[in-house]
Design a protein around this ligand. Structure first.
Ligand code: PMP
Length: 427
């Protein structure tokens, strides 16, 4: 049993020593002391079904034994040197990632986070094209550095600092958007931005294929092909932010962009690639990668042996355990069951997603689609009390975000839906 400090004491210290911006989930925050695959355990040994995976970071499962073994072995042997020396783990993970990519996406840069990956991708887009203007999609999230905060398009996550040269296109949100599921209609806004808001030349475009922080909003079908076409004609490069959508979570495909049938020029990733390790990557073409040779470029911990060995173990485990296929099967079951729940509760305005990246949006009225913010919070708390942890998000805080570790089963889905059913019945 756990014998360490308890929640009250930790919370007190957090308030004293951590920045006041640190927020936590739940009125009475959980002290999580152990994780095993899709389960988390608190200080009392109480088990929770984890359907949020530490904000979609846990891909294989909490403390997956093969990943942990690899990390421990590498840590005991050699932790860090930087890429000024050779190490096989770095090149092996790069080779494995390149093998997962279509087209000419064959060159890999390692960084430490999603923010850093998008920072680097944007810089390469600007250097490669000689243009400055970037276009991102409203309701997207791409990081919290000054530049990536510029790409991010939710007021909640933006501070009043210089974030120059970013235009935010109309969100092709099939549930709330004016054009419904007509992706090419929304894409016209990107063309308008290019024509009216820039010199006619742009550095690039970035989007998630399912907006994660934005509340599991999938881009309307046909959107990316049309947008990529406009952006490339304007001299820009296309970036796919796969920080949440990558590594088979979509079920139908390994990468989110594949669901729209496009091949980006730059792909960024983080979170799931490390199953909890701080690891991010940018994959691009040899031509674009070449721009960074104009000056010196090095990320101290980018491509350290521990994280890259761990990342490689993650890729191998996901393949060996056939997690992509698993996400397709379990995700379809979960979404079906949630749709049944939608028939039962007026408050469920939308059930959406792909594979194990699912959103449930609560509204007080299905016609006006008024966000049911308070009800979402109440049900969210009750689900925790009943042993199920989901995420909460979206622009209005009225979406349950369900993105569990990819080992999540059909039985777990049934339990989650039953718990959501009961929690909604008590509103
Ligand atoms: N892109 C996406 C799609 C994300 O969801 C996030 C994090 N929520 C980021 C980028 C930034 O990643 P990080 O927090 O690792 O900097």
């Amino acid at each position: 049993p756990y014998t360490g400090p308890l929640a009250d004491e930790i919370l007190k210290k957090r308030k004293q020593f951590l920045g006041p911006s640190n927020f936590y989930f739940y009125d009475k925050p959980l002290n999580i002391v152990e994780g095993k695959m899709q389960y988390l355990f608190d200080e009392d040994g109480r088990r929770y079904l984890d359907a949020f995976a530490g904000i979609v970071c846990i891909s294989c499962g909490h403390c997956h034994p093969e990943v942990v073994d690899t990390i421990v072995k590498q840590t005991k042997l050699l932790q860090h040197t930087t890429t000024i020396y050779l190490h096989h783990a770095v090149t092996e993970l790069a080779e494995a990632l390149a093998a997962k990519m279509p087209g000419n996406l064959k060159v890999v840069f390692f960084v430490n986070s999603g923010t850093e990956a998008n920072e680097l991708a944007t810089m390469m887009a600007r250097l490669y094209t000689g243009n400055h203007d970037m276009i991102s999609v409203r309701n997207g999230y791409h990081g919290n550095s000054a530049n990536t905060m510029g790409l991010t398009s939710q007021s909640k996550w933006k501070f009043n600092i210089v974030q120059s040269g970013v235009h935010h296109a109309v969100n092709p949100n099939p549930y709330r958007g004016v054009f419904g599921s007509d992706g090419p209609q929304y894409a016209k806004d990107v063309q308008d931005i290019i024509e009216f808001g820039t010199t006619g030349r742009v550095a690039g475009f970035i989007a998630e294929t399912i907006q994660g922080v934005g509340g599991a909003v999938e881009l309307a079908p046909g959107y990316l092909p049309a947008v990529y076409d406009s952006v490339r004609k304007a001299g820009g490069v296309c970036i796919s932010d796969e920080v949440q959508t990558g590594f088979g979570r979509m079920g139908s495909h390994y990468w989110g962009f594949e669901t729209q049938g496009v091949i980006p020029d730059i792909v960024t990733m983080a979170k799931g690639i490390g199953n909890g390790l701080p690891l991010g990557a940018v994959v691009t073409t040899p031509e674009i990668a070449q721009v960074l040779t104009q000056r010196s470029h090095c990320v101290t911990f980018g491509g350290n042996p521990v994280c890259t060995a761990g990342g490689h173990a993650v890729l191998k485990v996901l393949d060996k355990e056939k997690r992509q296929e698993h996400c397709a099967v379990v995700g379809a079951h979960l979404i079906n069951r949630l749709k049944e729940l939608q028939d039962k509760y007026e408050i469920i305005g939308d059930v959406r997603g792909r594979g194990l990246m699912v959103g449930v949006e609560l509204v007080t009225d299905r016609t006006s689609k008024t966000p049911a913010r308070e009800e979402t919070s109440l049900a969210f708390e009750r689900m925790k009390d009943l042993g199920v942890l989901v995420g909460k998000g979206g622009m209005y805080g009225n979406v349950f975000r369900i993105k569990p570790p990819m080992c999540f089963t059909k039985e777990d889905s049934d339990f989650l839906v039953d718990v959501m059913d009961y929690s909604l019945s008590k509103l």
